[in-house]
Design a protein around this ligand. Structure first.
Ligand SMILES: NC(=O)c1ccc[n+]([C@@H]2O[C@H](COP(=O)([O-])OP(=O)(O)OC[C@H]3O[C@@H](n4cnc5c(N)ncnc54)[C@H](O)[C@@H]3O)[C@@H](O)[C@H]2O)c1
Length: 323
């Protein structure tokens, strides 16, 4: 294969983000764009090229790989159509909404042996989280305190519409649910509390997770807190050691019993690299062209949805969920 021909469905924020990255890649070319608002695809084509298609079918006919960047609830149908047409798929998070759809998409993706299916959990590639994983691989983490907030559910407008997003946990928190598995392994059980304040859905969450390894953590997530820095943070506690991340910007590592700490800062990187987007898009091409393992699989996507659903279920039922 000369160059992977990239087709992007949904040319809003995420579609343009991935589009700009692939447009710079020597191993890819932007071949097709489709958005239900055609002017958006036309505007994107002016900066990164690509044929503006009048339908999803036309887009599928004009590419090797489909990048799914339309809003959350559309992911399953768009991704399944692409897999059925024999295309490689990069599906933005969330993998899909609800266990049933997630299971259908996972099974379909896994049944397609010759194509790549990758899920857009970009944070796994962000240098701050890759560094955390490296440090933890040489130590034993005991417990952690994690938070992930948003300042609002108003921008883009559909982020506050549960019919589109599936709920705040699907829109935002799912990023760090996937991150917990990436850093700490599989989850054994959870208890969760939630409440509703500013938006017509549950918008505040407190969860305690226990992992199969015995590791445990607390997790707080609010959708109407503020954009005060850092809106996401992981504090990990090891033997006389605390490692703390602040968004994708920096990591503090404090070891021993005196109060000194080391800082690793990533603030000089471009956002596309600092947040892991460049690396995840390269990994997708590596899997397609060189047959390298897919770093975030359909099974990972399914598990992130399973965690979201389990937290909602635990809140509804008031009961502990075990896996
Ligand atoms: N991984 C990340 O960090 C990250 C960041 C932003 C968004 N996302 C995800 O990407 C997806 C898109 O988010 P966004 O911020 O780009 O939203 P956006 O509103 O900026 O763009 C979405 C685009 O999809 C188009 N669209 C809607 N329905 C469509 C359909 N059925 N077919 C084709 N196009 C359709 C809209 O017209 C719009 O142009 C969401 O699922 C979101 O969760 C992920």
């Amino acid at each position: 294969m000369d160059k992977v021909r990239i087709g992007i469905v949904g040319t809003g924020y995420a579609g343009n983000l991935h589009g700009r990255i692939y447009a710079r890649e020597s191993r890819a070319e932007i071949s097709a764009l489709y958005d239900i608002v055609p002017e958006r695809a036309e505007k994107t084509a002016k900066t990164i090229g690509g044929k503006v298609c009048g339908s999803r079918e036309e887009l599928i006919d004009n590419c090797d790989a489909v990048i799914v960047c339309a809003p959350n609830r559309t992911h399953k149908d768009i991704a399944i159509d692409a897999v059925n047409a024999g295309k490689h798929v990069f599906c933005e998070k969330p993998f899909s909404i609800g266990i049933e759809d997630a299971g259908t998409l996972r099974d379909r993706a896994n049944a397609s042996a010759n194509t790549v299916f990758q899920v857009g959990h970009n944070r796994r590639f962000a240098p701050v989280y890759a560094t955390l994983k490296e440090l933890l691989s040489a130590d034993t983490a005991h417990s952690a305190h994690i938070k992930m907030n948003r300042g609002e559910l108003k921008n883009p407008v559909w982020t506050g519409d549960v019919n589109v997003t599936g709920g705040f946990l699907y829109e935002t928190t799912i990023h760090l649910f996937d991150m917990m598995r990436f850093q700490f392994g599989e989850i054994a059980e959870l208890v969760a509390y939630g409440s509703q304040h500013e938006y017509p859905e549950l918008d505040e969450f407190s969860v305690i997770f226990k992992f199969k390894s015995g590791f445990h953590c607390t997790f707080a997530s609010s959708s109407d807190a503020s954009w005060h820095f850092p809106f996401e943070r992981i504090e990990v506690f090891c033997h006389h050691r605390t490692i703390m991340t602040e968004e994708m910007e920096r990591l503090f590592d404090s070891q021993g019993m005196d109060p000194n700490f080391e800082t690793k800062s990533f603030h000089m990187l471009e956002k596309e690299e600092k947040w892991g987007y460049v690396q995840e898009d390269r990994a997708f091409l590596d899997a397609i062209i060189d047959g390298k393992p897919v770093p975030v699989t359909a099974d990972d996507g399914f598990k992130s949805v399973e965690l979201v659903e389990s937290v909602y279920n635990a809140i509804k039922s008031g009961e502990r969920v075990t896996f």
